[in-house]
Design a protein. Sequence first.
Length: 294
Amino acid sequence: MASLKEVRARISSINSTQQITKAMKMVAAAKLRRAQENITQLRPYAQKLSQMLGTVSAGAETASESPYQQQRSIERVLLIVVTSDRGLCGAFNTNAVKGALALIDEKYSSQARSGNVEIMAIGKKGAEAFLRRGFKVNTSHLDIFGSLNFTTVRAAAEDAMDGFANGRYDVVEVIYNEFKNAAMQIVRAEQMLPIVATTPPAGSSASINYIFEPSEVEIVTELIPKTIKIQLYKAVLDSNASEHGARMTAMDKATENAGELLKELRLVYNRTRQAAITTEILEIVGGAEALASA
């Protein structure tokens, strides 16, 4: 049985840990509120913009001339994996990395064997995970979460767009955690390039013929780069909100576990203390009896 000093030291240590996890939970909750507002406001705009692009580009006469719609034989792949810069957020980073690895095994296993799968890491944890596994990792955009805004994300999107337009990549996909609520994040893998035109169902509002001013081709040419950048920005904001939600949940669970452990240790402490007192009483009684019989 542990001594009273050892039990007291453990209780003190767990008390300190519980205070830290409780504070981290409160900080994550405050950051989550702001991050959730950001993604909630952007998501309808991004979805409508993507729908509009798919509908309009399907009917554009020269849409196939866009460098971002060229369908090529897939030999070189770029995966943009969005994770966090810090840990202590449960399985958040692990799930994103596993999602990317599963995508590679499912669709790009031959390219991976040839060393033609490159990772653009947004978030230090993802970069560390893929560097350990021997992948070629682009670390030019690791500091996005240090000052998260559209400008920093746009630079990453333009890097991927230039690589695709120049033929360095044949396909670009983004893997991230989509925010549902504080306790639920869903790993998503979305093709960012090439843009795939979608034909809306007949009779739907999206299938109506429109009059374009300026021309339909000019609108598509302007719309495609903007939509690609907005889609990546949405993925990063989704991941940012998911990170804070996952950290808040993880710290809440850690605080509860610390409380349960404290209860057990206090019980052990009381039992150890009572045993020590009983032992001392027995020693005193035994000594008194020895003196009396002497």
